[in-house]
Design a protein around this ligand. Sequence first.
Ligand SMILES: *[C@@H]1O[C@H](CO)[C@@H](O)[C@H](O)[C@H]1NC(C)=O
Ligand SMILES: *[C@@H]1O[C@H](CO)[C@@H](O)[C@H](O)[C@H]1NC(C)=O
Length: 385
Amino acid sequence: MANSSFICLLFILLFNGSIVVHAFTGTYGVNYGKISDNIPSPEDVLKLLRSNKIKNIRIYDADHRVLRAFSGSGIEISVCLPNELLIDASRNGSIALEWIKLNLQPFLPDTSISGIAVGNEILGGDIAISEALVPAVKSVYRALRRLRLSDTIEVSTPHSEAIFSSTYPPSNGTFKESMMPYLGPLLHFFNRVGSPFYINAYPFLAYKFDPSHIDINYALFQPNKGIVDPKTNLHYDNMFDAMVDATYVALEKVGYKKMPVIVSETGWASKGDDSEPGATPKNARTYNFNLHKRLMLKKGTPYRPKMVAKGYVFALFNENLKPGPTSERNFGLFKADGSIAYDMGFKGLVPSSASSKDFVLRGQFWNFQFLTMVACATILILFIE
Ligand SMILES: *[C@@H]1O[C@H](CO)[C@@H](O)[C@H](O)[C@H]1NC(C)=O
Ligand SMILES: *[C@@H]1O[C@H](CO)[C@@H](O)[C@H](O)[C@H]1NC(C)=O
């Protein structure tokens, strides 16, 4: 009986062609951006991730030094086919194939490469690259199949909020009509191969652009009265969940009710320009502490209670060479020297510098209490025995 059902399952897997593959088996991951000339080596980054029990990361390229350093670590890595290669990859199938052979295959299976993002935030940019997206995604998928890697590496592409015409209230989530010529075929393909929908969602940016209408506590997962969506009657007490649900609604409206949504980037800057309200170490600490707590609950959202929310934080380090407003260079959970940017419960590679001293002292106090508790419990157990 058991044997025949096993054979039956095997049969289905073999003849159905593809097994659905998921790049992200946890719920909390981190984006390891490297637009910087002063961050720790990949070997030190591995130590940092291990000591903080972070098992899922995304990188924005396929840097061989990183892929080599992470060999045997068990950390799941999603790599990225850079935007610059998208147009070429869409026109010529061998480019994706060669790219995978050169950049990924030599590191497999010791390095757990579990996903390829085809470009980052392509839609909303110029037309030529938007038109290249679907052909490039298909070309990467075909190359993976040819190399027998499509059952272990997921193909996807993360989007910015530019694809939406509305995200508020969540039941009003809608994709822009102008995006549908690209999104339509993309969703059709992702649905066929079982890929989730990745979205970059930043309550930080929503607050920055409209601080007078947005309750910062709602953006930071702090106690607040929240919003009630008039159409669904669902109550939202944080903007992160609302953004994810707006995506679910938009997907449902175009026929993809079952497609999972994953947040590929979210985060909060600890420093910004005068024109960037909210960018403080205290807010960044609050957002990231609460986000971690939220994702570790492994719970769904009000609209999709059974779909466990998953997200990757942006970013591991402050990146000194990123262009744009000051906030762009200050999204790190860690400073470039490997110390914590603020205390959200993570350990740095080196002790933190003076500016976050007050947080550290509180952390140590807590640790002292914890140690005392453990010691008492141990004594109690010994005593009972
Ligand atoms: C496609 O790319 C391959 C590998 O880079 C190259 O050798 C080949 O000439 C290209 N084919 C066309 C038609 O451009
Ligand atoms: C829904 O979104 C549209 C824009 O697409 C907007 O005009 C409308 O006011 C929104 N509805 C509500 C109830 O906010």
